[in-house]
Design a protein around this ligand. Structure first.
Ligand SMILES: [Zn+2]
Ligand SMILES: [Zn+2]
Length: 464
């Protein structure tokens, strides 16, 4: 019998799979429609004709469709999609969000909800990041399906069922639903500004660190891990890494790989019901950068820009780490010296009004409690050879992150993140591990008592 593994399946097989995996879980996904490639938008009429509502009744030509765009995306594909739907004979309306910069906040969710008529049966989000998330939220609330027709390959949230949002100033992940239709037409995607393509590359190359950190936690904390999903992510990431030249020259095939990989990340996270396949220390660092920007009242950079830069930094830290000799007794003494009160004072200084959130993570995780750190040190010591082999493989791939992201003129050093000083970036590197209860590279360095040394190395490397 021939056994088909996840990494051997096409993306169209992966979106509808129900797979009994060796990891002990069923990996399941049910996206109705997906088209990626040159001219993919021409699949829209077919998708609409087959579309069913949540109760199973078909979408008819009497049902109202609603195009959601912003001041940029309307001209990329919004107007075109609106005209297509109109010509097909569906009643259709549209709304152009009139803002230059938007995040997913209660204000913009409310604005879209207000402008979308109550009798809309299928909204079509024409955009990427925020337009996708806002439409996801409003359609979820109304229990109607929605489509995303991408304009920029800038982020990995196409096939996810959660919406990253900032509600009353706090970053959170809101439960929502996955798009019923995902269209990534390379004719639109390849016209995206370099900055957005670089962000997409950054969000993908980040997977080298994310998978690495997932493997570490599996070894050190017995956390659930799926070899097949991990392999699928690495294979898809390699494919994008190997086609960066094509992205620079505007090759549709390279844009197809990029978009497929961005969609696949959402699928992989759906398979395992958490974001491990897509997010490790580099994503936590990205979130801290966003959080610190919000504290300054600034918009900050694109998600993929932040995590791409953080990936360059993490690759350097792991590379340096591999040159260090680990003294486990010293690491245990370092763990025992944890001073809770001094640490709380530092958290308050670094995170300001977000500090209570961070302290709550500690209440739950107790990540620096000496007994917890000591337990992990034992595990690391017992598995040192295996861990070194994993890190070596990661560094080999991830160290090329600056080359890949830089090819599209993306951000590759913390110094370019201009709103933060050298000292603020030192704080971010030192305290990112407190951001959430998820074991990743920066906590691993702390456990071994070498975080401060590695932070000094990074600061000297980039700032002097
Ligand atoms: Zn599995
Ligand atoms: Zn991401």
């Amino acid at each position: 019998m021939c056994i088909m593994h996840l990494k051997d399946m096409t993306i169209n097989e992966l979106i509808t799979v129900d797979y009994a995996c060796d990891c002990g879980r069923h990996h399941h996904m049910a996206i109705d429609h997906l088209a990626v490639g040159k001219g993919a938008v021409n699949k829209l009429p077919e998708f609409l004709a087959e579309q069913k509502m949540k109760d199973g009744t078909p979408l008819t030509k009497e049902d109202k469709i609603f195009v959601v765009a912003d001041v940029h995306t309307w001209y990329v594909n919004g107007e075109k999609v609106y005209n297509m739907v109109k010509e097909l004979g569906y009643p259709v309306e549209y709304y152009i969000m009139p803002h230059e910069e938007m995040h997913t906040t209660e204000v913009y969710i409310g604005e879209l909800d207000e402008h979308m008529p109550q009798d809309v049966k299928l909204p079509l989000a024409c955009g990427s990041g925020t337009i996708n998330d806002l439409t996801r939220m409003v359609s979820f609330k109304r229990e109607i399906p929605y489509y995303i027709i991408g304009t920029a390959p800038s982020m990995d949230g196409f096939a996810t069922d959660v919406a990253p949002a900032t509600i009353k100033g706090l970053k959170c992940s809101l439960p929502a639903h996955c798009a019923s239709g995902i269209i990534g037409d390379t004719d639109f995607l390849s016209t995206a500004p370099d900055k957005m393509v670089a962000a997409g590359i950054g969000d993908i190359i980040a997977k080298y660190i994310a998978i690495n950190d997932w493997k570490l936690s599996h070894i050190i904390n017995d956390e659930y891990f799926c070899e097949e999903v991990s392999e699928l992510m690495l294979q898809s990431t390699d494919k994008v890494a190997n086609s960066v030249d094509g992205l620079v020259s505007g090759d549709p095939e390279a844009y197809t790989y990029l978009m497929e990989c961005l969609v696949l990340i959402g699928i992989a996270m759906g398979y395992v019901n958490n974001s491990r396949p897509g997010s490790g220390a580099e994503h936590s660092m990205g979130h801290v950068l966003e959080m610190k920007c919000a504290l300054k009242g600034l918009y900050g950079e694109l998600h993929g820009t932040s995590v791409g830069m953080a990936t360059c930094v993490m690759a350097k830290m792991y590379e340096k780490f591999l040159t260090l000799d680990i003294d486990y007794d010293k690491a245990r003494a370092h763990a025992d010296a944890f001073d809770y009160d001094a640490w709380v004072a530092e958290v308050n200084r670094v995170f300001g009004s977000s500090a209570p959130q961070i302290l709550k993570v500690f209440e739950k995780a107790g990540q620096h409690k000496p007994e917890n750190v000591r337990r992990r040190i034992d595990r690391i010591e017992q598995n040192e050879a295996q861990i070194r082999a994993i890190l070596t493989e990661t560094v080999e791939k991830a160290k090329k992150a600056p080359e890949y992201i830089g090819a599209m003129h993306g951000m590759i050093t913390p110094k370019d993140y201009k709103v933060f000083s050298k000292e603020e970036f030192r704080d971010i590197l030192t305290y990112t591990k407190e951001q959430r209860d998820r074991y990743a590279g920066l906590q691993f360095f702390y456990d071994l008592g070498v975080l401060d040394e590695l932070v000094d190395y990074i600061i000297d490397l980039y700032y002097d």
